[in-house]
Design a protein around this ligand. Structure first.
Ligand SMILES: Nc1ncnc2c1ncn2[C@@H]1O[C@H](COP(=O)(O)OP(=O)(O)OP(=O)(O)O)[C@@H](O)[C@H]1O
Ligand SMILES: [Mg+2]
Length: 243
């Protein structure tokens, strides 16, 4: 049978999400009524000026910040109904995150860093699988190296392997090439797109690189905590772009 396009619930669904962070006078209303739907397997380039709320929106989508108001569903599951323990487990299984500054644990080897989420999720043979994940990002020969012994590009490969190891349905990346030179960044992005396609994961990517955003199925432009609705900036211009 021909592979049918996945139906079912949206990968990510936000309805009128508001979020303020900070205390007292430093409190900032960051997200101001964000509504969006991201389909399973879709790739999204989240773009916008510095301070527009991109990272904050990613944190909400990842279940790391709870909205003050509005609804959030991941794969049809309303996150507001989950207590902290169940939310943490849900996150661990459904969502992989890659940050600009890698966020590896410095006292652990590459292999151990990749094995952590597998151990936490109670998966069988976490180290064997972690080794396979490292091989998938081309780092089989660096498994016993510590982060400080790895180049920036290698560290980001480890972070990518760690994010994808639990087979999340959603991969979230916040400026994953921001600390890398152009050529290394391109390698990481090529790898990220290839692996996410292989595994059918949804990708939400924050980037300042417009060429990179163009590689996504859809761009979502954020400005001052709101999605810009100007049709010329939200049009799907790259549906046929190679991934
Ligand atoms: N914990 C916090 N407390 C108070 N204000 C915050 C907090 N986190 C972020 N902000 C503010 O919220 C706004 C959005 O921040 P955010 O990090 O989401 O922006 P961004 O679009 O990711 O920017 P950049 O492109 O520079 O990474 C900024 O004005 C920031 O100062
Ligand atoms: Mg940011």
């Amino acid at each position: 049978m021909q592979q049918a396009k996945k139906t079912g619930p949206a990968a990510i669904e936000l309805h009128n999400v508001h979020l303020s962070l900070g205390q007292g006078a430093a409190r900032v209303h960051i997200l101001k009524g964000i509504s969006l739907q991201i389909a399973q397997g879709e790739t999204i380039g989240l773009v916008g000026p510095s301070g527009s709320g991109k990272s904050t929106l990613l944190m909400v989508m990842a279940g790391l910040e709870r909205p003050d108001r509005g609804d959030l569903k991941i794969d049809g599951q309303a996150l507001a109904t989950l207590d902290e323990d169940r939310l943490a487990r849900f996150r661990g299984e459904k969502i992989g995150i890659v940050f600009q500054s890698f966020h590896l644990i410095p006292t652990m080897t590459a292999l151990e860093n990749v094995a952590i989420p597998l151990e936490l999720a109670g998966r069988p043979r976490p180290f064997e699988q972690a080794a396979a994940e490292l091989a998938a990002v081309g780092l089989a020969h660096r498994r016993d190296h510590y982060p400080a012994q790895l180049s920036g590009g290698e560290q980001q490969r480890v972070a990518l392997a760690r994010a994808l190891a639990p087979a999340p349905s959603i991969l979230i990346a916040d400026e994953p090439t921001g600390n890398l030179d152009g050529a290394t960044g391109t390698e990481i992005i090529d790898l990220m797109f290839a692996l996410r396609r292989e595994r059918g994961a949804t990708l939400v990517l924050v980037t300042h690189d417009l060429a990179l955003a163009e590689r996504c199925d859809r761009k979502i432009p954020l400005r001052s905590g709101e999605i810009e609705t100007d049709a010329t900036t939200t049009a799907v211009t790259s549906a046929t772009a190679p991934h």
